[in-house]
Design a protein around this ligand. Structure first.
Ligand code: MN3
Length: 208
């Protein structure tokens, strides 16, 4: 079955003033849609791969995808999964500090929340060009880690599970913030839906 563009769980303007409605509309309806369309196109010649859940596809792409389509699946499959996750971990009336399991996991890996935020921000700022600053669950180390990865490279390709992260491609912020990536990342924290992130962490810990 072909991959499909998920519907945003809120309106384009729901993350104002932190992320503007126009950026949300173009980002989800144009950029994300292009990843979905190009993923389906790349997989026309590989129906066995096209039948996999997106997470499983990304886990096996490096070993199982034919060379002719491998990079296209990495780019567009990563783009599809990264953005689907991105929309889910944000929401209206977000931000603040997490509680419960997410707070515990952050404290265990990073110490205090301010230090954690600074690490995630610095990863986003030092990602040269396009990419993501990720908070991932490392199932081997059984803890959260903060990493940065270029382009649409999914942490799933290296056995890590993305829990949440910030898109630092210019298309994610340029309309409102122009070259000010630091201001965008600071504002992004105000969009976080910690309940959704807690659910992602639980799923990651369960190995799903
Ligand atoms: Mn993007």
């Amino acid at each position: 079955m072909a991959f499909t563009l998920p519907q945003l769980p809120y309106g384009f303007d729901a993350l104002e003033p932190h992320i503007d409605a126009k950026t949300m509309e173009i980002h989800s309806q144009k950029h994300h849609k292009a990843y979905v369309d190009n993923l389906n196109k790349a997989l026309e010649s590989a129906p066995d791969l096209a039948a996999l859940p997106i997470e499983e596809l990304l886990r096996v792409v490096k070993t199982k995808a034919p060379d002719a389509i491998k990079q296209a699946v990495i780019n567009n499959g990563g783009g599809h999964h990264n953005h689907s996750l991105f929309w889910e971990i944000m929401g209206p009336h977000g931000g603040g500090e997490p509680t419960g399991a997410v707070a515990d996991a952050i404290h265990a890996s990073f110490g205090d929340f301010a230090k954690f935020k600074e690490t995630v921000k610095q990863n986003g700022l030092t990602q040269f060009g396009s990419g993501w600053s990720w908070v991932v669950w490392n199932p081997t180390a059984t803890k959260l880690e903060a990493i940065k990865r270029p382009n649409q490279d999914s942490p799933l390709m290296e056995g890590l599970v993305p829990v949440f992260g910030v898109d630092v491609w210019e298309h994610a912020y340029y309309l409102k913030y122009q070259n000010l990536r630091p201001s965008y990342i600071d504002a992004w924290w105000n969009t976080l839906n910690w309940k959704a992130i807690e659910a992602k962490l639980a799923t990651a810990k369960a190995g799903k």
